[in-house]
Write a protein that binds this ligand. Structure first.
Ligand code: ADP
Length: 453
């Protein structure tokens, strides 16, 4: 049995023997959460709250469990209760509130709540949240320059006049051959967006409309961005990537103008792959959107995609999302993202291929890549990178102690893999819910098939 499973099993037994020991049950729930078993954690927190309705630790745990399972409305109810009672766990309440607000598109309020939480308890700092919303590190609480508007968020449009929206135009050198597996995706991308750009006359001759894009979705770190880049490399096109930070700029300032400017840059550099990463941040369901600014941005995006004012000839539009269920259905209409493709985690042979690339150039000895691939079921490409990084760090530490550097072995990598939790499992726990409860028009059939449901 996997070590965390052993711990969890032991705790489960203990809770069974002492069902009224709330402290033990709370510890069990926290441990479940730690290992990503959020549904079971939720049930345990609820049990604690039945016996102790005012236990603020259990409330925070329950809010987290709801949040992790994308039950945002339920999480919000609990968080508002935590904030209202101003108890021991106020700081954590602020941080969860921050994530909920950001998720709902109210980034500015989210950042403000995050700051309040971190001011009260700096140990709650969440690097990935801070990085995602460009909350600068190193600014101490209480510093007047610490305000959200003063550079905690990426500078609003006025401060970045000479930075072109949408980042640099790239000329990727990787092509489809560098992407392990994903053959059916490469095929779809070729037919749907490469051929219309390379042979527009044929499509026109048959009266076939050209335009629209592909939305790729799936667990993080499984190659969506990589494939988009490779698409550009495949036809020697320019690559323009629009990330979350560009979208934040739009939220904060000249939204329509910068979105228009991004499309115009792509149109001026054809052929060009225009890639929207984390498109759900831009295309969040309009019913979730509480601000009219958000709705406006979506309408602008749709108009640009439809090529209402300027033609998108030669622009290949790709987008990626880890949370396609938050993408407004208007984006899925014909001529827009009418192809929605699932990018699964790498299979064993793709994992072996990815590992080979990752180890290349490092001192290594007779590594059995197929064996490591077998030991890394459910690992994303990004997880595999973390495994190799960890194995290398171990080697460096050992070399410093022993004075002699040793090459990386199969055992080192397998041992590192055992210490890293594959990140795709949490994603599938959420995706499974959407595949069961909101699979309108079979939009998540690929997930159903992948999970063998
Ligand atoms: P996503 O956009 O899905 O979150 P990325 O495309 O950023 O994930 O993938 C993270 C990294 O993992 C890539 O930069 C690449 O190095 C590696 N990777 C993921 N999938 C593949 C694949 N199919 N073939 C080769 N490398 C991959």
């Amino acid at each position: 049995m996997h070590p965390p499973d052993q711990v969890i099993d032991a705790l489960r037994q203990a809770v069974k023997l002492a069902p009224d020991n709330h402290a033990l049950r709370l510890h069990f729930a926290d441990t479940l959460g730690l290992y990503g078993y959020w549904a079971e954690a939720e049930a345990e927190y609820r049990s604690v709250l039945v016996g102790m309705p005012h236990n603020s630790t259990a409330k925070v745990g329950l809010a987290k469990a709801f949040f992790q399972q994308d039950k945002h409305a339920a999480a919000m109810v609990i968080v508002e209760d935590i904030l209202k009672s101003r108890g021991d766990n106020l700081a954590e309440g602020y941080v969860i509130h921050a994530k909920l607000l950001a998720r709902a598109g109210d980034v500015e309020a989210g950042v403000r709540q995050y700051k309040k939480g971190i001011d009260l308890d700096p140990s709650l700092a969440d690097d990935s949240f801070a990085e995602r919303y460009n909350i600068l590190p190193g600014q101490r609480p209480g510093n007047p320059s610490d305000e959200v508007v003063d550079g905690k968020l990426r500078a609003p449009a006025g401060d970045s006049v000479d930075v072109e929206p949408g980042g640099q135009i790239e000329r990727p050198r990787i092509s489809f051959a560098d992407v392990g597996g994903l053959d059916s995706l490469k095929e779809e991308i070729s037919v749907k967006i490469i051929h219309p750009v390379t042979h527009p006359e044929i499509f026109r001759a048959y009266g076939k409309a050209v335009g629209g894009g592909i939305l790729m979705y799936g667990p993080p770190g499984c190659g969506k961005t990589y494939l988009a880049r490779a698409t550009a490399g495949e036809i020697k096109a320019a690559f323009l990537s629009v990330g979350i930070n560009d979208v934040l700029d739009m939220w904060l300032g000249n939204s329509e103008k910068s979105l228009h400017a991004i499309f115009e840059r792509a149109r001026a550099n054809t052929p060009c792959v225009l890639f929207f990463d984390e498109v759900d941040a831009l295309a969040a369901s309009r019913s979730d959107m509480r601000t009219s600014a958000g709705r406006h941005l979506i309408n602008q995006f749709l108009a640009e995609m439809d090529g209402v004012k300027s033609s998108n000839d030669g622009v290949l539009i790709l987008a990626a999302s880890n949370a396609p269920w938050h993408v407004d259905t208007a984006f899925r209409r014909p001529g827009r993202f009418d192809r929605v493709l699932f990018v699964p985690p790498p299979d064993a042979s793709s994992r072996a291929a990815t590992l080979r690339v990752l180890v290349k150039g490092k001192p290594a000895q007779g590594i059995d890549f197929d064996l490591v691939a077998k030991k890394t079921v459910d690992f994303s490409g990004a997880d595999l990178k973390a495994v190799v990084d960890l194995a290398v760090e171990d080697k460096i530490l050992r070399a410093m102690k022993e004075g002699t550097p040793q090459p990386l072995t199969t055992r080192d990598i397998v041992s590192a893999a055992a210490r890293i939790k594959p990140s795709t499992r949490d994603w599938f726990a959420t995706a499974r819910n959407y595949a069961i409860h909101s699979n309108q028009g079979g939009q998540y059939d690929d997930i159903v098939k992948y999970l063998g449901m």
